[in-house]
Write a protein that binds this ligand. Structure first.
Ligand SMILES: Nc1nc2c(ncn2[C@@H]2O[C@H](COP(=O)(O)OP(=O)(O)O)[C@@H](O)[C@H]2O)c(=O)[nH]1
Ligand SMILES: [Mg+2]
Length: 394
């Protein structure tokens, strides 16, 4: 339903009212809970497994409902000669306008407000900078990132590189892209065999869905992935991963619900060797019944993987749900304390105007964003491009 709505909208002219965002953001009430500290206290202990199933999203309905993705980008005729190039360009353009549209409300807040700010102004003076500060802080950019942006803009003004208020937005965009361009080794699943990826994050952020999408990408690149059902807390979570495995035709290593996740990971690495898998992607639990337990469990999985393969895990990806806004920052800090995170994945950018929250996260934690999730379909995961993102935001 939601996808159908969204697809329709993509084909429709841009001026259509932004109803879809509300629709897409329509996640069960409980889903945003894990983000807050309350959820930490609220959840039950290990014995409450069955009841816990109701507040965590299984996502199976969504999997069943989602129509085939192959048709998604195939509209429009492309001339023969440079078909491939043209298609690439067109896809990029379509994706860009979609991302832009999806971040529309941030844009309204940010871009339009910045435009209004500079309207009729002759210079970028202290008053403009004061108003700019307010605009940036009241968007999701946060205090620290705002200060940094203001400093950089002021520097440019002082150096006389930036004088025309009409170019203020462009300058901000460039500086945002700079913050988002965190220096890090590239994401390269061909760098080891098997290349082991641990995917972590609180319940409901989109870990399992992202794993399905990521495995699909990796498979399309010619490598053979293997999925590991390490969220053994709920039977539904294991089944959800299995459904993804079936859907994208990728094997899933699982044990019974309730099994020790580190034992599942251990077995999976054996299986990866036996099957000559190139990439192993480990799903993990995200229940925050006590944050200590979760972190200890993740560390244990990490230890076991490392014992089996000293260079692994090669990537530890933290998944953050963009719709949770500022909560994503506290989650990032929390996981960062416990785990040596190598990259971030920002999900649900199709359902929110809060994508700007990634700016303070990148600034504070200096972690690269590896991918962004823009929907529930298997093709809705994209490599992160700082410039493109900054442009979509502002
Ligand atoms: N709109 C949208 N929904 C998403 C995205 N990623 C995940 N979801 C949905 O978010 C819900 C929770 O996802 P799931 O993968 O089960 O989260 P997990 O608990 O972290 O494994 C499911 O309903 C997913 O379909 C995304 O990029 N966009
Ligand atoms: Mg899951």
């Amino acid at each position: 339903m939601i996808r159908w709505f969204r697809r329709k909208k993509e084909d429709a002219p841009a001026e259509e009212p932004p109803v879809e965002r509300e629709e897409a953001a329509e996640v069960p009430e409980g889903e945003e809970e894990p983000a807050g500290r309350d959820a930490v206290e609220m959840c039950e202990d290990e014995k409450g497994r069955e009841t816990a199933e109701t507040d965590a999203p299984a996502g199976q309905g969504e999997l069943e409902e989602a129509p085939p993705e192959e048709t998604m980008e195939s509209a429009g005729e492309i001339p023969e000669e440079s078909a491939e190039e043209a298609e690439k360009g067109a896809q990029r353009g379509r994706f860009f306008s979609r991302l832009r549209e999806r971040l529309h409300r941030s844009r309204e807040r940010l871009a339009d407000r910045v435009d209004r700010l500079v309207l009729g102004k002759k210079t970028i003076d202290a008053d403009v900078m004061d108003d700019l500060e307010e605009i940036l802080i009241t968007s999701d950019l946060g205090v620290q990132a705002t200060q940094l942006l203001l400093e950089r803009v002021s520097d440019r003004v002082k150096r006389k590189e930036l004088q025309d208020p009409g170019r203020l937005r462009e300058a901000l965009r460039e500086e945002i892209a700079r913050i988002l361009s965190v220096d890090a080794p590239p994401f390269d699943p061909a760098a080891a065999k098997p290349f082991v990826i641990m995917v972590i994050g609180v319940n409901g952020v989109g870990k399992t869905t992202t794993i399905g999408k990521l495995a699909h990408r990796i498979k399309a690149s010619g490598l053979s992935p293997l999925l590991v059902a390490g969220d053994t807390f709920r039977a539904a979570a294991i089944e959800q991963l299995e459904r993804w495995g079936e859907r994208i035709d990728v094997p899933v290593i699982r044990q019974k619900s309730g099994a020790d996740p580190s034992a599942v990971a251990f077995d999976a690495l054996d299986a990866a060797q036996a099957r000559k898998a190139d990439v192993v992607i480990v799903d993990t639990a995200g229940r925050m019944h006590t944050k200590v337990n979760l972190m200890e469990e993740l560390k244990k999985v990490h230890r076991v993987i490392q014992k089996k393969m000293p260079t692994a895990p090669h990537e530890i990806l933290l998944v953050l749900d963009a719709t949770t806004g500022q909560n994503a920052i506290s989650q990032a800090r929390l996981f960062r304390e416990a785990m040596n995170i190598t990259g971030l994945i920002l999900t649900k950018l199709d359902g929110t105007a809060k994508g700007g929250v990634i700016v303070p996260i990148c600034h504070e934690l200096k972690l690269p964003v590896r991918f962004i999730g823009i929907g529930e379909g298997m093709d809705d995961l994209r490599p992160f491009d700082p410039r493109e993102f900054a442009e979509a935001l502002l």
